[in-house]
Design a protein around this ligand. Structure first.
Ligand SMILES: NC(=O)c1ccc[n+]([C@@H]2O[C@H](COP(=O)([O-])OP(=O)(O)OC[C@H]3O[C@@H](n4cnc5c(N)ncnc54)[C@H](O)[C@@H]3O)[C@@H](O)[C@H]2O)c1
Ligand SMILES: O=C(O)CC[C@@H](O)C(=O)O
Length: 408
């Protein structure tokens, strides 16, 4: 019988943006030795070239996987975002091509939460300006404008994995926490859910922890900043599209806000060779960081393992648990049977056509696992080894098929 399950050594992993070595180690230990590793994001033309024969791609926040890239990526099976955000990936295009996308939803959340708390303390004490003055030879020894965070009100917009951890840390330091979210959330500790407008009017520090969505684009603009307390502080470690930077710069220039900490920007340099351009560079009372909220050794090592494991499981046995765009199927290893992984448009008639292939060709189905979302169906069919090649050939012809592969 012809070999239809791809040899592991032929499965190409394209890893970009310096994902942690732990990912490479995991892949290698699992038998995936064909790993092409790049320390940076690739220029678009090079990405289009390198991704052509890749079965898996791993990236962080700088690589844009557009529809054009998916069109070029003829062999792509799955994408691993070695981070939380998946806004850099055209999830719709991925789904239409039958490409599963995975991320690491928790591994760097503590790192972001710690940074936010540190920034809140530094900004309330006016440390960024005092530090800048010292560097220039000055000596601003004064308590004016310096405050403890104890007793102050922290307003968290987006009470998810990161927002809720910031909440717990802030309360442990004696802060009062209020939060707003589009979903009703169980408050941790003594935190209180309020409307966004109430939050803006009450908080001494506003910290943003929402994902990049059409609904969060520019959600903090001139009106929202005007609604904040005089002398309040804004922290954004979510996504650069969430805040109107020009409106923020204006409020800082007018001394409406006492300071800000911004980790993410509408346009971020592609790498160290590019200049970081922002109207916020002029302010000593703004902490500017190069999108490193989640960049700690602990977080990156954990992310490397977590995402590599998800890619390995999908490659080895078809499991899609926790994919962000794909129906979730959890499978154990397949022993002696062969496993067909069939991705199809979720329209009436596809499953009956697939099942007809098996009955008409007298192929016994040993096991079948089906999950769907509104666009895509993912069915895993276990068959006897002797029948997998015929089954693969026939189900590939079923109308509505997006892709199909076999594992053994
Ligand atoms: N700076 C960094 O390095 C860094 C690191 C990790 C994550 N992030 C960013 O932080 C974001 C949040 O991460 P998370 O793990 O807490 O995500 P999460 O999905 O756990 O939480 C997001 C929360 O925002 C809420 N939300 C969505 N739209 C909202 C709106 N319009 N108003 C109020 N709440 C809204 C959601 O209901 C959810 O509770 C990520 O999507 C990512 O973009 C940045
Ligand atoms: O590592 C990165 O580039 C992105 C980190 C962060 O924004 C995330 O979404 O997890």
């Amino acid at each position: 019988m012809a070999k239809v399950s791809l040899d592991k050594s032929k499965i190409k992993f394209l890893l970009l943006e310096g994902v942690h070595q732990s990912a490479v180690d995991k892949l290698t230990a699992a038998g995936y030795t064909n790993v092409e590793y790049h320390k940076t994001a690739l220029p678009e033309d090079e990405l289009l070239e390198r991704i052509k024969d890749a079965h898996f791609v791993g990236l962080r926040s700088r690589t844009q996987l557009t529809r054009e890239v998916f069109d070029a990526a003829e062999k792509l099976i799955a994408v691993g975002c070695f981070c939380i955000g998946t806004n850099q990936v055209d999830l719709q295009a991925a789904q239409e091509k039958g490409v599963a996308v995975f991320n690491a939803p928790y591994s760097n959340t503590r790192s972001v939460a710690e940074l936010v708390i540190a920034e809140a303390i530094l900004l309330l004490r006016g440390i960024p300006e005092k530090n800048a003055v010292c560097h220039r030879g000055g000596w601003q020894k004064s308590a004016v404008g310096s405050f403890e965070i104890r007793g102050k009100t922290l307003g968290i917009i987006g009470y998810g994995s990161i927002g809720s951890q910031v909440s717990v840390l802030a309360e442990s330091l004696g802060m009062k926490v209020i939060f707003s979210d589009v979903v009703t959330k169980l408050p941790l500790g003594n935190a209180e859910q309020v409307t966004q407008s109430e939050l803006l009017s009450r908080a001494d520090i506003v910290s943003l922890h929402v994902p990049e969505l059409a609904s969060t684009k520019m959600m903090i603009g001139a009106n929202e900043i005007a609604a904040m307390k005089q002398g309040a502080i804004l922290i954004n470690a979510s996504r650069g599209t969430v805040v109107d930077i020009d409106a923020l710069a204006k409020a800082l220039r007018e001394e409406r806000l006492a300071g800000a900490a911004i980790d993410v920007f509408p346009v971020e340099p592609k790498g160290p060779q590019d200049e970081f351009v922002s109207p916020l560079r002029e302010f000593d009372n703004v902490i500017l960081t190069p999108h490193i909220g989640g960049s700690t050794m602990e977080a990156q090592a954990n992310i490397g393992v977590e995402v590599a494991e998800k890619l390995i499981k999908y490659s080895d046995n078809g499991t899609t648990t926790s994919s962000v765009n794909f129906p979730e199927v959890a499978l154990s290893s397949h022993g002696n049977v062969h496993r067909l992984l069939h991705v199809h448009q979720n329209v009436p008639g596809v499953m009956s056509a697939i099942n007809k292939v098996f009955s008409e060709n007298n192929i016994n189905i040993i096991g079948q696992h089906l999950q769907t979302n509104e666009k895509v169906g993912y069915v895993v069919i276990e068959v006897d080894a002797a029948n997998s090649e015929t089954a693969l050939e026939k189900v590939r012809e079923v109308e509505g098929t997006i892709r199909c592969r076999v594992l053994f």
